[in-house]
Design a protein around this ligand. Structure first.
Ligand SMILES: [Zn+2]
Length: 151
């Protein structure tokens, strides 16, 4: 049985490869800008890694969150988001219940979020997936890539 996240580098929506993680635009875009930081090697539990590496991984997760928040301000309207009067709240989630390979969901909860007080995982499948086209997803990936690189 192969692990789908061991092939994250080949994801067409790859945003960047950082020191410890591949950053991809999530399959689910019900929250536009949703990214996933996938550990470059197959390890199943954060606590099995040296603490310095855990810290470095979370540094990458934080940098992605920052890029998403800036992206929302600059490009959110183009994706049908309301004007960004406040940057979105970010949900940081490292679950591993379905795919054990360490990965962090970095999920922006925008101003138009239908259920802002709860995690997204109870949403219906279509709502999680969102309505962005493949072309829009490629564009978002490119914009976040630029911001992550300091643009
Ligand atoms: Zn894996």
């Amino acid at each position: 049985m192969t692990c789908p996240l061991c092939h994250a580098a080949a994801n067409p929506l790859l945003i960047a490869t950082l020191a410890h993680t591949h950053v991809v635009l999530g399959d689910n875009q019900g929250c536009p800008g949703w990214c996933v930081c996938v550990l470059r090697e197959h390890v199943e539990h954060m606590d099995e890694l040296p603490i310095e590496m855990q810290q470095a991984i979370f540094g990458e997760v934080g940098a992605v969150a920052r890029a998403i928040r800036v992206w929302t301000k600059r490009h959110g309207l183009e994706c049908g988001l309301p004007p960004a009067t406040t940057p979105p709240r970010i949900n940081y989630e490292c679950l591993g219940n379905q795919v054990a390979h360490i990965h962090w969901h970095v999920i922006p909860r925008h101003a138009n979020d239908p259920d802002p007080r709860n995690p997204v995982w109870g949403w219906p499948r279509e709502q999680l997936a969102g309505t962005l086209t493949q072309e829009q997803k490629r564009e978002i990936a490119s914009q976040i890539r630029e911001l992550l690189a300091g643009g």
